[in-house]
Design a protein around this ligand. Sequence first.
Ligand code: G1P
Length: 298
Amino acid sequence: MTKYKVTKAVFPVAGLGTRFLPATKSIPKEIMTLVDRPLIQYAIDEARAAGITEFIFVTSRGKSALEDYFDHAPIIEAELKAKNKKDLLEVLKATDMESGAIAYVRQQKALGLGHAVWCARRLVGDEPFAVLLPDDVIAAEKPCLQQMVETYEETGGNMVAAMEVSPAKASSYGVLDIKDDMGTLVSVKGMVEKPKAEEAPSNLAVIGRYILSPTVLDNLNRMKQGAGGEIQLTDAIADEITAGNPVYGFRFRGQRYDCGSKAGFLQATVAFGLARSDLAEEFSDYLHHMIAQQKAAQ
Ligand code: G1P
């Protein structure tokens, strides 16, 4: 095992998902589907591809559908077996989890992303770990976290996925203050959570994939309130820089969809629908037809 092997990942899934009300009144946002797979499935698959073997969910009240999703479904499975539906049994396999590979811890109070990650501290222990925000869905030839892990095995330190955004949008993200721009990799001298447009140190924004040193969890012990009065993960990572530990931004190759917003979710639905060989032709014909109709009506 190399010094920088990452085998644990934290999935903060405690958010109320109010932007998707009324749907999220009774289902967790992370169970909402792109085509036929819930958001959380995309994040789990990406983590698996990156070599993650221990999955830590930080949940909250009303999220039990997530636990059921990664459990066996004896009635459905028996039915599919009886009808010899091998293809569907195969589809279900993606939701299989080795016993003990997935753990759930609750965030009792919505005190922010940093606090949610801190709730997993005992399960993470004293080793580097990944954090994946399932709202950020990234379509990529090589999954984003895998790209990061490969680079991280060389660099160590802390690493966040990064993407250029328009200056007007910077205030919706954690933003990097760049020390040295090496292309794919950027070394960072500061990080600001949700800066005002005129105060953003760059237009390089943090996207929801992180590889962090366990000292970030120590930084979170301070429970420092940041942007929006919340305990911010960004601030705890910035504290690493102050302590002299390296932080890198990683410009990933791939297309990121903000599935925490309605427009982003719809864009992802179209993109993932068109990428599916079983749907592409029919769906593409339909989209062309819709656009032609709209143009004709203008
Ligand atoms: C979170 C992080 C922010 C990051 C963003 C990426 O914000 O706090 O630093 O840029 O995810 O999606 P949220 O979108 O949860 O407000």
